[in-house]
Design a binder for this molecule. Structure first.
Ligand code: ATP
Ligand code: MG
Length: 416
């Protein structure tokens, strides 16, 4: 118990963290190129924010939140996703008064959902994400999708399916709900219990049900009921995607199913041995800021599961190679040499080289072996008698070549 992390959590170990850093670096680089700046919001918020901001008919809010009362008896929830907190910050700090659009991103942001741990499902996971507030044109929908594709591709994850859909706006959705309910009503007895509950609260979510969707392939589609404005937006999005050479498919089953989600919704999906896995999901939420008490401001964003990216890299064999831990490993023989070694290592580091020496008083042979295992590019050997002559031995591990170099010229020699 004591030495076992809680179910649904994962450690990122020192030998693996470079993979997270690569993903994080690419996210920062690609987002910055498009004028996005980082936002960091608290790990917990008032529960009500998610009830309103994610929507109390969603699985996330109904079943998956980590909610508790703090010592002041406030209901607190560990954030299950990034958008609600970003929208809260946008309102609280009056970012709507700054020039819009306000473009933001987050990196490896922890998210918590009480889910059954299984293929690609954790209880603490991490998301990269972007949010854009105050841009209504479909060009920004295409931009955020392109960014997601670029981040995935930069990490060796391509060949993904982009599925897009439009779930309309409150104007056209009300009429659609009636049509959908008329279609669903006679079929209710054959649907799962959750869907029978959804029928009342949020019928569109039924189309997204992993159990029932297959039985409902002839359901009326929101796409056929879009109002002119929503239809126009969806068509523009598609022409932007085509202009950007981003292949997509239209999938009427993708619904995010909240009142304030509007128009564009999308998922980026990969096929695994255990079936389809969504790596990234997003959509437009033109009603969210107002719903949370801010001024009427449109928005769009996505969240991308970092653990799922890593899973896909593993499945495809596209994980990046681990970088060598050291440029230089310093081996020493004798106490005088160790003193010199400690100094040399500090100089090497100051010169921007990754360097270390043995801290366990191991034999010279064991030090060489360690240097080899650590993939050091160079091994420098300091021994008392050579030091007395002002020289050290420098071994190029890749070329398996060794030579004597004067102590004074060593760092330049390595940098060369
Ligand atoms: P799913 O249909 O897989 O449950 P979702 O709609 O709940 O996904 P979103 O809320 O869109 O997921 O979250 C965005 C992304 O975060 C997902 O595409 C996925 O990559 C990742 N994600 C969501 N839930 C989990 C989880 N429990 N464990 C790991 N990653 C997750
Ligand atoms: Mg989910």
């Amino acid at each position: 118990m004591l030495t076992q992390a809680p179910k649904g959590t994962q450690d990122v170990l020192p030998q693996d963290s470079y993979r997270w850093q690569r993903i994080e670096d690419s996210m920062r680089r690609i987002a910055a190129l498009a004028g996005y700046r980082e936002i960091r919001t608290p790990m917990f918020e008032h529960t009500e924010l998610f009830q309103r901001g994610v929507g109390d008919t969603t699985d996330v809010v109904q079943k998956e939140m980590y909610t508790f009362n703090d010592k002041g008896n406030r209901s607190i929830t560990l954030k299950p996703e990034g958008t609600a907190g970003a929208a809260r910050a946008f309102i609280e700090h009056h970012l709507f008064a700054e020039p819009l659009p306000c473009k933001m991103f987050y990196v490896s942001c922890p998210a918590f959902r009480y889910e059954k741990p299984q293929n690609g499902r954790l209880r603490q996971f991490h998301q990269n994400g972007v949010e854009v507030f105050g841009a209504k044109d479909a060009s920004v929908d295409a931009e955020v999708i392109a960014l997601a594709m670029d981040v995935l591709r930069a990490n060796g994850i391509d060949g993904l399916r982009l599925a897009v859909n439009s779930i309309g706006c409150p104007t056209c959705r009300a009429a659609y709900h009636e049509k959908l309910k008329a279609y669903l009503e006679p079929r209710l007895p054959s649907l799962c219990e959750t869907c029978r509950d959804r029928f009342v609260r949020n019928p569109m979510r039924i189309l997204d049900c992993k159990e029932d969707a297959a039985k409902l392939t002839d359901a009326p589609a929101m796409l056929d009921s879009l109002c002119d404005d929503c239809r126009d937006h969806f068509e523009k999005l598609q022409s932007y995607l085509r202009a950007l050479d981003i292949p997509y498919e239209i999938d009427a089953r993708i619904v995010r199913g909240l009142d304030y989600y509007t128009k564009t919704v999308f998922e980026i999906i990969t096929d695994t041995d255990n079936g389809p896995l969504t790596v990234c999901g997003g959509g437009r939420y033109d009603g969210l800021v107002e719903e949370l008490g801010g001024p009427d401001t449109c928005g769009i964003g996505w969240g991308m599961g970092v653990e799922r990216m890593i899973m896909v890299q593993d499945a495809r064999g596209t994980a990046p190679e681990a970088p060598a831990l050291y440029d230089v490993f310093v081996c020493t023989l004798g106490e005088d040499a160790r003193l010199e070694g400690v100094k040399l290592v500090r100089e090497l580091r100051a010169a921007g080289l990754r360097a270390d020496l043995d801290h366990a008083a191991r034999s010279l042979k064991a030090q060489f072996k360690f240097a080899g295992k650590a993939n050091a590019k160079y091994v420098v050997t300091l021994a008392g008698d050579e030091l007395a002559r002002g020289v050290v031995r420098l071994r190029d591990m890749d070329a398996s070549e060794e030579k004597e170099v004067s102590r004074g010229a060593l760092i330049n020699e390595i940098k060369r």
